[in-house]
Design a protein around this ligand. Structure first.
Ligand code: F6P
Length: 454
């Protein structure tokens, strides 16, 4: 069996595999069963970075990481990846900032990744690169003589040409993507958008390669494992504390990184509208939003946090009673395990991003439910997950009145309808599991031809 080399910006600490790397370790579970090298950034910023990776082994997995210098971190991660690509790929052209210096730093850091990784590669390795931080990495590896199969998966959306093309190096990035043997996207729409860009910006072999290499393979979760986690977590002390604090009120829950793509201000406004238009719910429901702070070095994230702090104050100030807080808002994260138990308790799961690659929280909320008395998922039509989870209450997150109405519909929904919808959702979650995502992507990559020696 060939060794699998996973490359991602963040690499989980060997001891805490399930809680870091943005959940990548959880969806890669199936791929992590064999001989694996996982390569990426150590998470450390140092004055002078050495190009030699440090490594640690746990079971069959070797983790190899490099540090980043402060200036590489600023241009690559806080700069081009998160101030240019992230807003652009989430269709937020108004938030896109572009600096040639940062772009140069982004490419240079990708070259450094390639230089550090090359000596670790074996001839029959299969290389699987993840996400927007590392788009040029395959190209850099090829320039340095790498002939192994290289696949790339984009975990976030890919917009149409009219949006993508505003980025000055748009063409160069499409060329980078066309270098891969397989380029994976979450949805047909993302893949079609990429193919549209390739058709306009490339020609000849590059265009043909981009079109044949691009595939839509939706990522998923292990629904049964999450359901088990929810069932056991329901019994733990924190779940009891939450239940006790609700004093019989029905729980509405949201759990998202504090990111402007998640539509949190609109969600809070929708909740406020619900309390305004359906006053009967006052003191009978409680909305818990868990929103761990993220990328705080980027201005837009700090602005978002300030806005949400104000909005929370306004909503609670207006509707709270001396013994009832309508909106519980916390900006630190909880473990997946605790979340699983909390999801199970919630009558409504609110997943309303303005744009999202897939959104696994939507699936986790569904998987956590009690099948005899499941809660209702309110899901944005702009999350990749909406393509398969169409038995949820699908909403346009920009339409706060419609979201308020959907919460109301969910709270009023008879048990039979909740069960029918839930069974349908669970079927879809089991079809597109994390394991099948890994298998489908790797089968496709293994099927591609090895490059001939030049
Ligand atoms: O969704 C893209 C992604 O890279 C995820 O893999 C992860 O959850 C999140 O963003 C983490 O962001 P960061 O590495 O910037 O903290």
């Amino acid at each position: 069996m060939a060794r699998l080399v996973i490359v991602s910006n963040r690499v989980p600490a060997p001891a805490r595999r399930d809680q870091t790397a943005g959940g990548l370790a959880v969806v890669l579970e199936e791929a992590l069963k064999g001989d694996v090298l996982w390569f990426g950034w150590s998470g450390r910023r140092v004055p002078e970075a050495s190009s030699k990776p440090s490594s640690a082994t746990r079971g069959t997995i070797t983790f190899a990481t490099i540090d980043l210098s402060e200036s590489d971190y600023q241009s690559y991660y806080a700069g081009f990846a998160n101030r240019s690509l992230w807003p652009l790929l989430h269709y937020r052209t108004g938030l896109v900032a572009f600096s040639r210096e940062e772009y140069k730093g982004y490419r240079a850091t990708n070259r450094k990744f390639a230089e550090a990784l090359m000596p670790l590669l074996r001839p029959d390795d299969i290389v699987w690169i993840h996400d927007y931080h590392l788009i040029p990495l395959g190209h850099s590896l090829r320039e340095q003589g790498c002939r192994q199969r290289i696949g790339f998966f984009l975990h976030i959306p890919f917009p149409p040409l009219s949006v993508f093309d505003i980025l000055p190096p748009a063409r160069e990035l499409i060329v980078d993507l066309a270098t891969y043997d397989v380029v994976g996207f979450q949805t047909n729409e993302d893949r079609d958008n990429f193919q549209g860009c390739a058709r306009s910006l490339l020609d000849g072999n590059q265009r043909a390669q981009a079109l044949t290499a691009s595939v839509a393979i939706p990522v998923g979760i292990d629904g049964k494992a999450f359901a088990r986690m929810a069932e056991t977590s329901r019994m733990n002390a924190e779940s009891h504390r939450l239940k006790h604090s609700l004093v019989g009120r029905r729980l509405i829950i949201g759990a998202d990184r504090l990111d402007y793509s998640k539509g949190l201000p609109q969600r809070f406004e929708a909740y406020s509208e619900l309390l305004e238009t359906h006053a009967d719910y006052r003191e009978k429901i409680s909305f818990l939003q868990i929103a761990p702070r993220s990328r705080e070095e980027v201005t837009e994230y700090r602005d978002l946090k300030r806005g949400l702090d104000r909005l929370t104050g306004r909503i609670n100030g207006k509707y709270a009673e001396f013994d009832w807080v309508p909106l519980r808002y916390m900006t630190h994260g909880l473990s997946r395990k605790l979340l699983a138990g909390f999801f199970r308790m919630a009558a409504i799961g609110l997943v309303t991003p303005l744009r999202d690659g897939m959104n696994l929280v939507a699936m986790e909320y569904v998987a956590a439910q009690d099948e005899d008395d499941p809660g209702v998922l309110v899901l944005s039509r702009f999350a990749g997950a909406a393509a398969s989870l169409d038995a949820a209450l699908i909403v346009n997150p920009f339409d706060t009145s419609a979201v308020a109405e959907a919460i109301h519909q969910g709270l009023m929904m008879p048990r039979e309808e909740r069960r029918t919808r839930w069974l349908n959702l669970m079927d879809r979650i089991e079809q597109d599991s994390a394991a099948s995502w890994c298998r489908r992507f790797l089968a496709r990559l293994t099927d591609t031809k090895l490059r001939a020696a030049s």
